[in-house]
Design a protein around this ligand. Structure first.
Ligand SMILES: [Zn+2]
Length: 303
């Protein structure tokens, strides 16, 4: 069967010329096999060549990308370094605030918790994103520490502000003159030396009287000696009394803020003329109101 012969005829110029090739079946298969082998080799070579070209391009792109990432990582490290410096300054300022609020300052070791000195980057690729993440976590811990510290400072300052608002610290009337100081004085009626438990301000009838600190009105009444009187409880042991008033603007239970008008200067009770008798009481003990006027009137203290 292999001996069967094949004839290949080429016709050129219509049917005028023809060429004939005679070959056996074996030769035919050999030719076909050779052609298939050559085609396969060519295909494989082409494929390999294309693969190499593609790989080279891919590798080049990867190198470029890697270089870009390297630069970005370096930039990120530089920024993290700056952030660390800012966090350190924040810690120093936070400690100043803690001192201001009379809170214990944070120990340097606690301040430095998570701050590990200079960054490992030195221009080589001996660093990576993992180091960066560690640094970010350290900064996160530092910032959380400062955040909690500032919350503590805020709460402490709030309490101090609340306390200061309860301390009588302004003049109870605008204008007027101090006519009698805290301490011993001659009684204007009897001429005897008697203790004077407050401060007297001469002022015309109707002059507004102001609460000298935040508080709650606990007493509003007319008394034989004090005349029309208001007492405010400011909390933390502080109370103030306003006597010889003409009119009240408040009633028992009223809540007042520092500077709120509570009544008017009058001449009621045991009084020789229109004036305000003003007392400051701390823990049931009378104290000199001039020591609590922080709006400049302490300078008016007489010898
Ligand atoms: Zn008085």
């Amino acid at each position: 069967m292999l001996a069967q012969r094949f004839k290949l005829i080429f016709l050129t110029g219509g049917t005028s010329k023809k060429r004939e090739f005679n070959f056996t079946r074996r030769l035919f298969f050999l030719c076909v096999s050779a052609f298939a082998l050559a085609f396969s080799l060519l295909s494989a070579s082409t494929g390999f060549f294309l693969y190499e070209v593609h790989s080279a391009r891919y590798l080049s792109a990867l190198k470029y990308k890697n270089s870009e990432l390297d630069n970005q990582l370096f930039t990120a490290y530089e920024k993290i370094d700056l952030l660390e410096q800012k966090v350190e300054r924040l810690g120093q300022n936070g400690n100043d605030l803690r001192s201001f609020a009379h809170l214990p300052t944070l120990h340097p070791e606690i301040q430095q918790m998570g701050i590990g000195g200079s960054l490992p980057y030195s221009g080589s690729v001996e660093f990576g994103a993992e180091d960066l993440l560690i640094k970010i976590e350290e900064l996160d811990r530092q910032l959380s520490l400062q955040e909690n510290s500032l919350i503590q400072v805020h709460e402490k300052l709030d309490k101090q502000a609340e306390f200061l608002l309860s301390v009588p610290s302004i003049r109870p009337i605008v204008g007027g003159s101090i006519s009698s100081l805290f301490g011993r004085r001659r009684d204007p009626f009897t001429g005897e030396w008697v203790p004077h438990m407050g401060l007297d301000f001469n002022a015309s009838i109707g002059t507004p009287i102001y609460a000298t600190a935040d508080g709650k009105v606990v007493h509003v009444s007319r008394q034989p000696a004090y005349g029309k009187t208001v007492v405010i409880d400011h909390g933390n042991g502080y109370k103030t009394r306003y006597a010889h008033m003409n009119r009240y603007y408040v009633q028992k239970g009223s809540k007042v803020k520092r500077g709120d008008p509570i009544g008017e200067v009058g001449n009621t009770g045991r009084s020789t003329g229109p004036h305000l008798h003003y007392e400051v009481i701390l823990s049931n003990k009378h104290i000199n109101p001039l020591d609590f006027m922080f709006d400049g009137y302490a300078m008016a203290r007489m010898p």
